[in-house]
Design a protein. Structure first.
Lengths: 320, 302
């Protein structure tokens, strides 16, 4: 948590040009921790969490576009969406609500699946969400860019990311979180002591969906404009890479992975344009994702528990 | 209205598409059978083959196609050695995530290679003459459609012979039924998996040749959409058996061909949603697939 505060503070100190990288890292933390709440605690793979990020981003984005420009850029919206605009904070709550409700409805049937089937079914959810957001112009901008979303600075991203981490931490320490992790470790034993695997997974999925939606709100306010392609396969890949690199089974792993990989990603993204790091580093376009893909595959093969080994951070205690 | 627009032309094209998808389904199903691995990166094998065809388009045709097969098979075996083998004991979900990473890696590697000349995408035109149509009973049939159907039929026939009549085929069937018991009875794991991966590479190269005729412009995203649709078909048909997976692949290719041919574009924009909703329904209600006999499920549920 201290780490995030430091990143937040750091981003307000550095120059305008570098600020975006810090913001990016903060929002990445929010998204990855939100995914961790489900994938990490339940042990079930999901490719679908980015669909809740997408929904949150578009819900929050569409509702904060200033009224006077709304009819111009989003003419086909449902009247209720077109004629109202809400503030940033309210839009984040709305994003969380939309994400949570949608995750609950989707999770109700899907949480009966696990393993491979869960992976494929959640992937299907991502495809459906993407298809609907892209083609249904009554609820959003469709295939065009949603622009004119008010941008918000470091404070919102920092507080937002902190909030997500705090909620994730509180959940994981609560009895619900412990039950969810029990179903991860041994579903049969968990059921034998009276824990409903389906119900616990559904709780985790819903909370994760709400946090994902919230993080999507942070994302859209960081970017100021967004297309459906930005919250689709590549983001799914990036965030899964962050989670895997950090360590899927711990909150600390999710935070470390998000910060490390988004830092690396920013660096490589700059290197694709050519930067000076003692010598001039100039990588061809696309090498960013090649390196991240290789890193993720290597991590899965050589150290499946991630950088942190799946453990939480323990401060050394003074002997009493 | 749908039936009205369903002329012989649409049906022929749909069969051609179904044949290509059935081939891809075979390639995915073969590896799944022995490894329990859903290969997200299968489309990138095809993409690699298509790029090979594009980069070698000024070579003699036979050499160019040979190069395509060599590259795809080599890449396929490399994948097995470097990635699938170390992960053999990992859970199917971990393997799925890894091939997802692999797909991104290969796609962007292709991007790097592709934009060296400053433009995105390469034309692969060496086989363009196959796009010419021949008239069969008043219906224009592109030569490539005939090729696709013939190649698919021959490949499936050969595969059926291999699996049904040879020793290695027997081993592969044994391994896909129960890998551990098969090993205990003397089936060599590395050989069986190697052959499955090799065959799936051969199929991928074949698909690359056919697909570049139909879509002569090769990009890093080449075959990505097709692979996702085929995965849908395979799951809906029943991934646990090779023939149900193949049938699923053919069915989804045929169905999309018919729907896209019969309906105007603005009516098909939500088609992907319907397809993926179907996947979820099948996984929930009939996890062994719609073509699988009985209700034996490979999917563990809670």
């Amino acid at each position: 948590m201290l780490l995030i505060a430091v990143v937040g503070l750091g981003s307000s100190l550095v120059s305008r040009a570098n600020e975006i990288h810090f913001l990016n890292a903060l929002v990445s933390v929010a998204v990855v921790v939100a995914i961790y709440v489900f994938v990490g605690n339940s042990g079930v793979l999901s490719f679908g969490q980015i669909s809740f990020v997408a929904l949150g981003a578009f819900a929050s984005g569409v509702m904060t576009v200033p009224l006077e420009s709304k009819t111009g850029i989003l003419p086909e919206l449902f009247p209720v969406l077109r004629d109202h605009t809400i503030g940033n904070a309210a839009s984040l709550l709305l994003a969380a609500a939309v994400g949570g409700v949608f995750a609950f409805l989707v999770g109700l049937p899907l949480m009966r699946l696990s393993g491979l089937a869960a992976g494929i079914a959640t992937f299907a959810v991502l495809e459906i969400t993407h298809n609907l957001l892209r083609e249904w112009t009554k609820i959003g901008p469709g295939a065009t860019t949603l622009s004119l979303v008010p941008e918000s600075g470091t404070l919102q991203a920092t507080v937002g990311a902190l909030l997500v981490v705090v909620v994730a931490y509180a959940y994981q320490r609560s009895s619900l979180g412990r039950k969810a992790r029990a179903t991860r470790e041994d579903p049969a034993a968990a059921q034998a002591v009276g824990i409903s695997v389906h119900r616990q997974r559904l709780w985790a999925f819903t909370l994760s969906g709400a946090l994902c939606g919230f993080a999507g709100g942070l994302l859209v306010h960081m970017l100021g404009s967004i297309t459906t392609e930005q919250v689709y396969l590549e983001l799914t890949f990036l965030t899964l890479a962050m989670l895997v690199v950090g360590g899927v089974t711990s909150l600390w792993g999710a935070v470390v992975g998000a910060l490390a990989v988004s830092g690396l990603e920013s660096l490589l993204g700059n290197a694709e344009d050519g930067i000076d790091v003692g010598f001039t580093l100039d990588l061809p376009e696309g090498s960013r994702l090649v390196i991240l893909g290789a890193l993720m595959a290597l991590m899965l093969i050589l150290r499946p528990s991630g950088l942190t080994g799946g453990r939480e951070l323990r401060l050394p205690r003074r002997p009493v | 209205m749908i039936l009205g627009a369903l002329d012989a032309q649409t049906l022929v094209d749909a069969v051609g598409l179904g044949a290509v998808y059935a081939l891809m389904a075979v390639g995915i199903g073969l590896v799944f059978g022995v490894l329990r691995l859903v290969n997200f990166a299968y489309g990138q094998l095809i993409m690699a083959g298509a790029y090979t065809l594009a980069f070698t388009s000024d070579w003699p045709l036979a050499t160019s196609i040979l190069a395509c097969f060599v590259v795809v098979i080599a890449l396929s075996l490399l994948m097995e050695l470097a990635v699938f083998r170390p992960l053999r004991t990992a859970s199917p979900a971990v393997m799925l995530v890894t091939t997802f990473a692999l797909a991104f890696l290969l796609q962007n590697l292709a991007l790097i290679l592709d934009i060296r000349d400053g433009t995105l995408g390469e034309p692969a035109v060496s086989l363009a003459s196959l796009n010419q149509a021949v008239s069969v009973g008043g219906v224009d049939v592109r030569k490539v459609t005939i090729l696709a159907v013939v190649v698919a039929a021959v490949t499936l026939g050969l595969l059926a012979l291999l699996l049904g009549r040879t020793r290695i085929g027997l081993h592969m069937r044994a391994a896909s039924t129960d890998f551990r018991t098969a090993r205990l009875l003397g089936v060599r794991a590395d050989t069986v998996i190697g052959v499955a991966v090799l065959l799936s590479g051969v199929v991928a190269a074949t698909v690359a040749v056919i697909l570049t005729v139909q879509l002569p412009f090769v990009e890093p995203q080449f075959a990505l959409k097709e692979t996702i649709v085929v995965l849908v078909g395979v799951v809906v048909g029943g991934i646990d058996r090779l023939w149900t997976a193949t049938l699923g692949g053919f069915a989804i290719g045929f169905a999309s061909g018919v729907i896209n041919g019969a309906l105007p574009t603005d009516k098909t924009v939500f088609l992907p949603s319907a397809l993926f909703a179907l996947v979820i329904l099948v996984l929930l209600l009939r996890p062994a697939g719609v073509f699988a006999p009985g209700r034996t499920a490979v999917v563990d549920r809670v």
